[in-house]
Design a protein around this ligand. Sequence first.
Ligand code: PMP
Length: 362
Amino acid sequence: MKNWEANIRRVTPYTPGEQPREPRMIKLNTNENPYPPSPAVEQAAKELGADRLRLYPDPASSVLTEALAGFYRRKPEEIFVGVGSDDVLAMAFQTFFQSGKPILFPDITYSFYPVWAELFRIPWKSPALDSEFRIVKEDYFGENGGIVFPNPNAPTGIYMELSEVEEILQKNRDVIVIVDEAYVDFAGPSAIELVDRYDNLLVVQTFSKSRSMAGMRIGFAVGNPELIRYLNDVKYSFNSYTMSQAALELGAAAVGDETYFRETLGKIIRVREETKRELSALGFVFPDSRANFIFASHESCPAEELFEALKAEHIYVRHFHGPRIGNYLRITIGTEEQMAALLAFLRDYLKEHSGKRRKTDS
Ligand code: PMP
């Protein structure tokens, strides 16, 4: 070991899903939206103009916070924006989880949470999901240094009703509770409606899924103005210009096109429900997802085998290793055509290989 190595901060990083560059692949592995962003975003991109990039962007990100405030009927002071919700969440971990007591998040959840906790030296505990992969709300009623969980949870897709989210808030008035709503637009009511009643609630959302803009990196948080001020203090202590001018203007354009947003959501939800029926018929089991993915396990064919067989066919899904989840695949909802291709392959593969399995069994 070289002497300087002793002074290096070592961390175990988060592993993002693969971003293969194949022209004819079906990409169902990172929960992106299969539809393009609103045509209003394309128009805004044309109008932006390269000369606008000469100047620094507005550090307060006003065009975007104002557009979001209008959409969610909040005040701009109640909104914080960042470079994807990963940036917003990382900033929130640094700002709000300073008590020295362990923060809580589920054992099966977004795997970035333990990475940030370790990076920022925040102690943490992760209560287990129940046997059906549901969050047990009572596990979050004891003393803690703060709480974070996705709703719907990832990778299970299970949505917790707002009444239960509210119970967690009621039992935790002295710490900050972060509800990560990356997938809420596909699911049900947002906890944003609880912000007026709970000054310790921070709701985080993203443009990466429901607004088809993963590549632009836009996320935001909604909370009372005091929480947002604390977040901004940390942001301005780190990087005044997290959001590019392009992200601000294109993001605002996306928020302006509510009709397109609702249409796209409607299509994905319809295809998701159809895919559930088809997967069940093929012998898959899965929690009842309300997100834009399904977390499915086959009754006889191992997930790892299916993952490799799909990949060989240029169909990418996500497979996580780990206790209780190793035999599941997380399948993003694509277009109707993409899902039809996935299901046709699975149908053939399972037919062929269940025959083989029976032969080797006997
Ligand atoms: N939260 C959850 C639960 C997620 O699954 C993701 C997507 N990886 C994110 C946050 C971050 O998304 P983004 O940074 O693209 O907004």
